[in-house]
Design a binder for this molecule. Sequence first.
Ligand SMILES: Cc1cc2nc3c(=O)[nH]c(=O)nc-3n(C[C@H](O)[C@H](O)[C@H](O)COP(=O)(O)O)c2cc1C
Length: 337
Amino acid sequence: MPALPFSRATFPLYLAPMAGVTDKSFRQICKNYGADVLVTEFVSAEGVFRRNQRTREYLDFDDIERPIGVQLFGADAAHMAEAAHQVVDWVAPDFIDLNFGCPVNKVVAKNGGSALLKDCPTLTTVAESVVQAVAPVPVTAKIRIGWDADLINARHVAKILENCGIAALAVHGRTRAQGYSGEADWRVIGEVAQSVAVPVIGNGDLFSAEGVARRRADTKISGAMIGRAAMSAPWVFGQIKHYLMTGELLPPPVLAKRWNVILDHCRAHVREWGVEEPAIRSLRARLMAYSKNLPEAKSLRDKFQHVSTIAGVEEIAHGHIAQSEPVASQRMALAAI
Ligand SMILES: Cc1cc2nc3c(=O)[nH]c(=O)nc-3n(C[C@H](O)[C@H](O)[C@H](O)COP(=O)(O)O)c2cc1C
C-alpha cells in the first residue's frame, strides 16, 4: 500500500466521491489527468453485507487507482465497524472514508450522512468503532460545515474526529440545508484547518487552478478536493498541478483532445458493462456534463439525449469538430490580435 499523501507539502488533489459519477472508468480518467487520491461512490454497511452485484461494482477498483478509499455511510457503529472490516479483507483499499456529509433525505432519514453532524455522540461511536476495527488501515472522514445556518459545528466535529483517530478530514463548505445551493463557506473551512492537527482537505466550488491556489494561500488546508469541475473537465487536475508548480496557466485541451477524453470514457464504460447500448444510455447524463464547456452546448445536449452507441457518439464528435473548429481557430486568431 502506498503511503497516503496527506501532507500540506505534497498538497494532494482528491477527486470528490460522487454517487453515480465517480465509477471506475471516470476515476481512472481523472487519475490519468493528475488526481492524486480517489474515493469510491458511497456504499452502506448493509450494502456491504448483502454483497450483491451493485456492491461489487461500487467496491471494484484497479491497482493503478491507488491510493484509493472506500466510502461508507451508516449510523450503526457495530454495523459500520463490521462492514469496514469486511471491506478491508475483501478489496484492501488504502483507506476507509466515512461519509458524514450526504444531504439526501433517504440517507438522512436513517440518521446517516450529514444527520450525524447533529448527533455527535453517534458520530463519535461510529468513527471510534471503525478506526478500531480496521487499524492500522487509515480512516478518513468527509463532513459538511454543519446541519444548517443555526448549527455550523464543523470545528467541534473536526476535534471529535481527530480524537477518534481519523487520519484526514475533507470539509465541504456548505451546510446540509444548503444542498448544493449558495456558496461554499471557505472561512469555516479555514477555521477547521487552523484548529486541528490532522490534515484538512478543502472542498467546495473549486473550479479553476487559480481558485485552488487562492484557497491554499488563504487557509491551512493540506489538499483540495474537486467534484463538479472534474465532471466537465477531468483535465482540471493537471491544470491545477501545473499552476501550483509553475504559476503558469495551461489552456484547456483543444476540442479534438476533449472529444478523445469523452470517447475514451464511453469505450471504458462499455468495456465495464459488457453491453454497449445500456452502457451508453447510462452515460447520457455524463455526456451532458461534458458538454458544459463546449461550443454549441445546447445542440450537443439535444443530440446526446438520443445517443446509444459509441459510433453514435463518434458521429456527434466528428460533426461538432467540423462545425466548431474553424470558429474556435477564428476566436483564437481574434484573441491574438
Ligand atoms: C452528483 C453528486 C454526487 C455526490 N455523491 C457524494 C457521495 O457519494 N459522497 C460524498 O461524500 N459526497 C458526494 N457528493 C458531494 C461531493 O463529494 C462534493 O462534496 C460536492 O460536490 C462539492 O464539491 P464541488 O463544488 O467540487 O463539486 C456528491 C456530489 C454530486 C454533485
